[in-house]
Design a binder for this molecule. Structure first.
Ligand code: ADP
Ligand code: TRP
Length: 335
């Protein structure tokens, strides 16, 4: 069975971008693949969360994963920092990762622009840690949104480079995965760019119905088309993209037609969009709080998941250490 791995950083609540870009695919893949899903708490440290908030951040993602349908009977669900083998592999992969290629990564350049006062080494080597997450389980498929494409390409480069550098075949080349043809990019409601936790433009799985309606009704549009079949400005195209993700084809066709013949009322489109978002998210929201508060259940889930994840990670790391040339005097590398 092919191995699947993916994760989300513990930096806030999950939004529609996380859900449609990543999580929904995790849920669909659980029956047909050997699945590992984790919470990337080490990655979240690049922005220096306060220690008092750190654990609740992890617990939030865990509860939202489970409320959305991740099933501990099918998938190994774990927290990144509970698997120390990832960090060891990260150190080893750092030795074959080069400053120039890391500096050219788009997400790094964006972060430098956004936070010039916090350009830490963890940010620069973020894609190396992500590659370690993937390669430690020798994953074949990685369900992610469009924004992660370049990181996945780098994980493939590192897998190839390690195998050729150490003349071995330890790592398969992981592929970014989506059930459709292309990776998904869920836009924000503020006119441009993607929906994101740090962009402040998210519709969250835990949002109340009234909050969702308010956010959608406030979405940026324009004065409306004045000529038939006009090109759509980005903000309007984004609303149609969202509609395409959450609504039926009939609904999308209906509003496209009314856009093209200039009879569209954005208020109606937004009302429909809010309703269709609520249909998807409210059943998830209803489960989050109870799961979040069930400490015993969460412990059981993570204990099982971590056992499976570590078993797989230890086996890979043994191969890796052998390939690199470690022969521990203390017998650490013996079978
Ligand atoms: P965020 O970008 O909100 O901080 P993460 O970086 O932790 O969240 O992303 C976790 C997963 O969600 C990744 O697979 C990422 O590709 C996906 N994702 C995040 N935002 C979007 C979006 N707007 N559209 C599609 N996928 C997204
Ligand atoms: N970098 C991803 C993001 O920001 C999160 C992540 C960390 C990840 N490690 C991963 C995703 C491994 C897939 C596989 O969205």
């Amino acid at each position: 069975m092919e191995i699947v791995l993916s994760g989300i950083r513990s930096t806030g609540h999950l939004h529609l971008g996380n859900y449609y870009g990543a999580l929904r695919n995790y849920i669909k893949m659980q029956d047909n693949y050997d699945c590992f899903f984790f919470i990337a708490d080490l990655h979240s440290l690049t922005t220096h969360p306060h220690p008092d908030d750190f654990h609740s951040g992890v617990r939030t993602i865990l509860a939202e994963y489970l409320a959305s349908g991740l099933d501990p009977d099918k998938s190994a669900i774990f927290v990144q920092s509970d698997v120390p083998e990832i960090s060891e592999l990260y150190v080893l992969l750092n030795m074959i990762s080069y400053k120039g290629e890391l500096e050219r990564t788009t997400s790094f350049k964006d972060k430098v622009r956004q936070n010039p006062d916090n350009v830490n080494a963890g940010l620069l080597t973020y894609p190396v840690l992500m590659a370690a997450d993937i390669l430690i389980h020798r994953a074949n498929l990685v369900p992610v949104g469009k924004d992660q494409e370049q990181h996945l390409e780098f994980a493939r480069v590192l897998a190839r480079r390690f195998n050729s550098f150490y003349n071995c075949e330890v790592f398969p080349e992981p592929k970014a995965f989506n059930f459709g043809d292309d990776l998904v990019k869920v836009p924000g409601l503020d006119g441009s760019g993607k929906m994101g936790k740090s962009e402040g433009n998210g519709v969250y799985l835990c949002d109340e119905e009234s909050t969702i309606r308010k956010k959608v009704m406030k979405a940026v549009t324009d004065a409306g088309p004045t000529e038939p079949n006009s090109p759509m400005p980005e903000a309007v195209a984004n609303l149609f993209t969202l509609l395409g993700i959450v609504s039926t084809q009939d609904t999308v066709d209906h509003f496209k037609e009314s856009y093209n013949n200039c009879t569209i009322r954005y208020g109606d489109l937004k009302k429909q969009l809010a309703e269709d978002i609520c249909k998807q998210t409210l059943p998830i929201k209803a489960k989050i709080e109870q799961i979040y508060n069930d400490e015993e259940f969460l412990k059981r889930v993570v204990k099982r998941g971590t056992e499976r994840a570590r078993e797989s990670a230890v086996a890979t790391l043994r191969e890796v250490r052998k390939a690199v040339g470690f022969r521990s005097f203390l017998g650490f590398d013996d079978k």
